[in-house]
Design a protein around this ligand. Structure first.
Ligand SMILES: Nc1ncnc2c1ncn2[C@@H]1O[C@H](COP(=O)(O)OP(=O)(O)OP(=O)(O)O)[C@@H](O)[C@H]1O
Length: 313
């Protein structure tokens, strides 16, 4: 069996008294983009810095393609950190060549790749511009190019879409999906849970340094389903519906209905049909990852009433 690109085993990292990563274990799934999720201060960057060998775990170990992670592996990794770090006074082309050569490319192949990538982002005329002359979004795209130019086996993207307009965010998302389809492993780290569902099939949810939930997004949302349905209809609703069921979020086009105490969706539908309600749509509402996160944190620790306030526990 092919080993996972990255396997993190019982990894711990503390900065003085502060335990930033506490006994975290997970493996990259073979086919899915991995979403590394958690609120500010959860420990995501600390984990990534260990995967990229910038720092080392205090205990536990990390494997890259089944081998112990070592100083040889960073050339096979592309890391887009949250803090952008281009040299403002350098020229775009010169900068990309410099970074590509640090990753082991020769000048000719780096020049060809840099030109191809700049053209993909519509930046082919910016080769001779200084980084500081580019807009923030363009600088972000150049930094993304620097991250992928050497065809890494593993791509780690920390909040890659922050600061991008919707058109450029979509373009970058398409490139990430294309690279993934061609076999590049991708870890997408963010505290924006709603962005994850567009890109990731599999998530690892970190809270206060610990891995609190892991699995396929669809399975997790289904596991946390709580019998809520959305009904779209035309006309009026019968009074009996309001008497028997809890109606929430009424809008001009529909209502959400929360089932309670053994109530069944089929009985609800039967009641609607018997009352001759003109049904346009009826679907189960699965919780968002935000809601899943809050539920899981409060389930693990009922005293934590504000799961997003985890900065300095
Ligand atoms: N160099 C450091 N020295 C001391 N404490 C640190 C250091 N780096 C991180 N921490 C602490 O470790 C914890 C985890 O931080 P980390 O940056 O890994 O979180 P994060 O999930 O990446 O957060 P964010 O989403 O805000 O980037 C935080 O409490 C942070 O204050």
């Amino acid at each position: 069996m092919t080993p996972p690109i990255i396997a993190v085993n019982n990894v711990r990292k503390a900065y003085g008294e502060k335990v930033a990563v506490n006994d975290v274990t997970f493996a990259m799934p073979p086919d899915a983009i991995l979403g590394l999720l958690g609120p500010n201060g959860a420990g995501k960057t600390s984990l990534i810095r260990m995967i990229t060998t910038i720092t080392a775990p205090d205990s536990g170990h990390i494997e890259f393609n089944g081998q112990p992670l070592s100083g040889f592996h960073p050339t096979q990794i592309g890391y887009l950190p949250e803090e952008r770090g281009l040299y403002k006074k350098m020229y775009v082309g010169e900068h990309l060549l410099y970074l590509a050569r640090l990753k082991g490319m020769d000048k000719k192949e780096a020049t060809t790749a840099a030109k191809e990538w700049l053209a993909k982002f519509g930046l082919e005329n910016h080769w001779d511009k200084k980084v500081e002359e580019l807009s923030k979004g363009m600088q972000q795209q150049v930094q993304f190019i620097a991250t992928v130019i050497h065809n890494p086996k593993l791509l780690i993207l920390d909040e890659p879409f922050s600061g991008l307009d919707p058109v450029n965010a979509t373009r970058m998302r398409q490139e990430i999906l294309r690279l993934h389809a061609e076999g590049t492993g991708v870890i997408f780290s963010t505290h924006r849970m709603e962005q994850v569902e567009e890109l990731c099939e599999y998530i690892v949810l970190i809270n206060q340094g610990a891995n609190i939930l892991e699995g396929k997004v669809a399975d997790i949302r289904r596991r946390f389903q709580d019998d809520k349905f959305h009904l779209e209809y035309e006309g009026d609703l019968p009074a009996v519906l309001k008497e028997r069921y809890e109606i929430i979020n009424p809008t001009p086009s529909g209502v959400d209905i929360q089932l309670r105490d053994g109530q069944k969706a089929n009985d609800l539908l039967r009641l609607l049909l018997d009352a001759d309600v003109h049904i346009i749509g009826f679907q189960e509402l699965l919780p968002s990852l935000n809601e899943v996160f809050i539920k899981q944190v409060t389930q693990l620790d009922p005293t934590n009433t504000n799961p997003f306030d985890t900065q300095e526990a």
